[in-house]
Write a protein that binds this ligand. Structure first.
Ligand SMILES: N[C@@H](CCC(=O)N[C@@H](CS)C(=O)NCC(=O)O)C(=O)O
Length: 221
C-alpha cells in the first residue's frame, strides 16, 4: 500500500515527518500542496485532515495528522532504526524531551519567528524581543545538554531530535534576515553562541536523505 504524504514547503511540522521518513527509509508518494493556492482548504484535503493543516498522511483508508503522531506511526510502520526508545527509561526520556519542545521551544521560537516572517517586526518589536529572550534561554539549556551527549536524549538520534531540529533552523533563518539584528541577539549567530547546538545541527544535516527534506523554497532564497 502506498503511503501518501501531504506537505507544504517551509513548514517545520512537515520537516519532522520528512526527516522521519528519510531516517527510516520508508518509500512514500509526495503530495505537495500550495499554501497560497488554498490547497489545504480544498474539500479533498479537508477529508484527509479536517483542520486543513499539513503534515498529513494517507495509507489506504487510514489518514493521520499531527506531526508527532505521524512520527509515532512511522515507528510501528518501520521499527528500524528505533526513534522512540527501547526501554521504559528511554521512552520516558524521549517523550519528556518531545513534550518540552512542544510546550516551551515551539511557542518561544514561534513568537520570535512569526512576526519576522510575516513582516510585523516593527509593530511587534517588544514582543519579538521578549520571545527572543525566551528562545535564548531555551537554546542555552539545550546547548548545555548537548555538551554532554551527541543527541538530545542519548548518543543516538531519537524522535526528540527530529521534533526539535526544524524549530532551530526556522529560528536561525528568521534571525538571519535583513534588518533583524536589532531584535535577534545571540540567535543571529548560532554557530558562535551555541557551539554544541550547532554541532548537533551538523550531525543531523549529515544524515543520509537529509537533502530531500530541506524546504525547497529555501534553496531559492
Ligand atoms: N500541531 C500541528 C501543526 C501543523 C501546522 O500548524 N501546520 C501549518 C504549517 S506550518 C499549516 O498547515 N497551516 C495552514 C493553516 O493553518 O491554514 C502538527 O504538529 O502537525
Amino acid at each position: 500500500m502506498t503511503l501518501e504524504v501531504y506537505w507544504g514547503s517551509g513548514s517545520p511540522y512537515v520537516w519532522r515527518v520528512l526527516l522521519g521518513l528519510e531516517v527510516k527509509q520508508i518509500p512514500y508518494e509526495s503530495k505537495r500542496l500550495s499554501f497560497s493556492e488554498q490547497d489545504l482548504k480544498s474539500a479533498e484535503f479537508l477529508a484527509i485532515n479536517p483542520r486543513g493543516k499539513v503534515p498529513a498522511i494517507k495509507e489506504g483508508a487510514f489518514t493521520l495528522h499531527e506531526s508527532v503522531a505521524i512520527l509515532r506511526y512511522l515507528e510501528d510502520r518501520e521499527p528500524q532504526p528505533p526513534l522512540f526508545g527501547e526501554t521504559a527509561a528511554e521512552r520516558g526520556s524521549i517523550w519528556c524531551a518531545i513534550m518540552e519542545c512542544v510546550s516551551y521551544v515551539e511557542p518561544a521560537t514561534g513568537n520570535f519567528t512569526a512576526p519576522i516572517f510575516f513582516g510585523q517586526m516593527e509593530e511587534k518589536r517588544d514582543k519579538v524581543i521578549k520571545a527572543r529572550q525566551a528562545t535564548e534561554k531555551e537554546f542555552a539549556t539545550i546547548n548545555s545538554v548537548l555538551t554532554e551527549r551527541a543527541y538530545l536524549v542519548s548518543d543516538n538520534l531519537t524522535a526528540a531530535d527530529i521534533v526539535l531540529y526544524p524549530f532551530i533552523k526556522f529560528t536561525a533563518r528568521a534571525a538571519g534576515k535583513e534588518n533583524t539584528d536589532v531584535v535577534s541577539g545571540t540567535l543571529r549567530d548560532i554557530d558562535e553562541h551555541y557551539e554544541a547546538l550547532s554541532g548537533w545541527c551538523r550531525r543531523i544535516e549529515a544524515l543520509p536523505g537529509y537533502d530531500n527534506t530541506y524546504p525547497p523554497h529555501w534553496k531559492e532564497s
